[in-house]
Design a protein around this ligand. Sequence first.
Ligand code: FAD
Length: 936
Amino acid sequence: MKAEPTSGTKQPPDSSNVQLHADITAREESEEALHKAGALQSAIFNSANFSSIATDAKGIIQIFNVAAERMLGYTAAEVMNKIMPAELHDPQDGIARAEALSVEFGTPIAPGFDALVFKAARGIEAVYELTNVRKDGSRFPAMVSVTELREAEAAIIGYLFLGTDNTSRKQTEEALVKAALAAAELAAIQSAVSEAAIIVVTDLTGRIEQVNDNFVNISKYSREELIGQDHRLLNSGLHPKAFIRDLWLTITKGEVWRKDIRNRAKDGSLYWVDTTIAPVLNERGEPVKFIAVRFDITARKQAEQDLSEKARLLDLTQDAIIVRGTEGEIRYWNHGAAELYGWSREEALGKISHELLQTKFFVPVEEMLAELHRTNHWVGELIHTKRDGQRITVLVRKTLDRDSEGNPAAVLENISDITARKLAENALHLSAGLFSSLVEKAPYGMYVVDDQFRLQQVNARARPIFGNIQPLLGRDIAEIIKGFWGEEVGGRIADIFRHTLETGERYLSPSFTERRQDLDVQESYEWEAQRIILPDGRHAVVCYFADISERRALENSKAELAADLVRADRAKDEFLAMLAHELRNPLAPLRNAAEILQTPGASADEHDQAQRIIGRQIENMTRMIDDLLDVSRITEGKIELCRQPVALADILGAAASVARSGIAARRQELTISLPAEPIFLNADATRLDQVFGNLLGNACKYSDSGCHISLSAERAAGVEPPEVIVRVRDDGMGIAPELLPHIFDLFVQSTRSLDRAHGGLGIGLTLVQRLVKLHGGSVEARSEGLGCGSEFIVRLPILPGPVAVQPPPSAPAAPEILRRILIVDDNEDATNSMAMLQRHRGHETRTAFTGPEAVAAAAEFLPNVVLLDIGLPGMDGFEVARRLRAMPALADTFLVALTGYSSDEDRSRAREAGFDEYLVKPVDLDLLREWLRSRA
Ligand code: FAD
């Protein structure tokens, strides 16, 4: 059968006219009829709903009907004899089909036309779902049946492809699938909801028709007990009528009502359900039933109730309590927090706490967080800023709340405002600081003893008194003080403290000087005790004190000095009395001797005796005055030693020979023991004579008749530089122990009575000591006491080896040269007696008693020698000398100053005035004679 191409002008029959659903038999009959008429063929080809495409055996399109044109967008002319049907399908379909057929038939089948017609070519029904591609490239699903066209039922002459647009069917199928899925989903949801929720279905009056297991379980009623009942069965009576009314009003209006209901179970227990009641509406929107879906929220409600109970309680506390989430968001803000910071709960909730409060930390935030996470707690001080901008110091106790898995969930902060306390503390700290620095820097010692009698506080001044203070703090003060001052004194002080503590009476100590038992030193204090009140309200005793030991020592030394001065003054007075006595002493024998000389009947022997008396007394007085002058000169450093090598034996021998007469007179015994080897000193022999003469004289003077005196010398052993020890020892009256330390002091004598037998001024030993010292030696006095004798030990440096000692050149006695001598002195006796003496010696003399007289007498007399006193009336001796020197006639005149003054200054003035010599009164007449002799 060859398909005829349809004419485009032919109108297709109305689709409704095609009765595909007609009875098969009738159809076959009609077909037959139609076939016969050719009308069917034409109708099918021109059907608008079936695309009819016929190809030749090779697959080239030969027929392309109107429906095909409409479905695929090509005109018949565009495809006929040009393309194959495979080109009108998605090539992927062809590939898939080829693969499927290859598998089905177990032979490789190429995609494309072959695959399309593979089945048809074998007489097998081939209907495929293919994706057609329109001319414009759009696609649509199509059902395509492929039939082979055979000629005379033999060879295949082509194929017929009948196709329908499968789009709407596909869509219906998909919708059905979706609907089935939705139904399944709904069923699943229902089951899940039923599983999870408490479900009840009631009729319009609220009568229970259906309940699920959850309803049964929670209500504790059986299903049978529930069905047909009203919810009144469960009514707890805890909801007001208005609540139930609102429920009913809502659901009867056809709206959904949702609230939490509290019901009572069969056993009387209460439970909360989150209830949603939905009316089931008919097509007119009227409720026909009610479905209630509920969830058990008893635990949550309980928790909420607990929480609100806690919150209520937390609201009662004065402290601010904040709960913040892990991000810092405020979740709870109690009444206290609102009061403290000024933000209401509503304002604060949800805010970030540290932003709201402008938190300032005193410690690094990381440190705080680390501790909080480690221990779940943190306590510390922070600065917060209130709503009104005021900054406050708060003490915060943070507690970290963790969830069931241990992760941080929230932080509870318990906050108290400590601003006032801080301020008070600071003020206290400040004033305590000020107070303690005042106490520390007080210019006196201070320590505090508390009411338990314990040493509490000791300031800087007081600390040295206590020594190492640390172990003493907190110890019993009585114990400490007794350690310092001993049982008795310490006990007395402790009693005073106790009395002051009990009575509040202030105690002011009189001067306090005691020996510290622990240090063994004398200490003096001024102190007082007062009762004070400590900051904690208890009584205490504060002891203020000043260490006046130094002041006291100074006062004592001043007192000693004053006593020394008094002693010295007394010694001076005694000395002056003594001096007067000593100077007057020789006067009596002198006067007596003078009287004897004037007595006409006196024998030559008596004259001789009187003269010796006079000589001796004058010698005594001279020595006394020399000593006095020497002492003062040595004191003033005005004596210069005339040192030269000298043999010790010579010095001691000379001194002994001087002393010997006195010793002999008292019938004492002198023994001298000197080392065999000679000892030489570099010394002033005259001065050392004076030293040992004095010591021997004293030994004689202070020993009774018949006593023994020894003078010994020995080289000191093992002493460098070498020295000699000379001892003058006697077994006389000895030295009292109290006198011994002062024996070398000026004016000190063993006895001080004017009627004493020994005479002397008490300057001898002073002189001895000073002269020995001048020689680089020392002197020491020893005595076992009164009646035990004395020993004076002189140590002197000696020359190392034997020295050649030059004996003083003994000048041959020169013959007396007779001279004209002018003698000038305002003391007429002195003047006349001197003139008398000189005249006896053959000289020519003239006297003058004043300065002017002297000048006049000299001018006239033209003396060879003038003995001129310095202290003259009218013109002093210096002036007289200058005038005499001014006279050419007196150019060679020998001017000798005779004076009582013997200072160096006087001597140099004398030299300047023109004197040739300077002699101190009383003049040594032998010396004068020598001079007069030698001045040729
Ligand atoms: P009532 O004094 O009986 O009624 C209070 C007011 O509610 C009345 O004055 C009236 O204004 C209104 N009202 C009461 N009944 C009706 C009605 N039938 N139609 C219209 N208005 C009415 N109650 C519970 O206590 N617990 C529940 O869990 C609960 N679940 C319910 C679930 C569903 C699906 C429905 C429909 C009702 C439910 N009810 C529930 C309500 C319950 O049916 C009763 O109405 C209620 O328990 C009665 O409470 P009452 O005695 O305090 O109030």
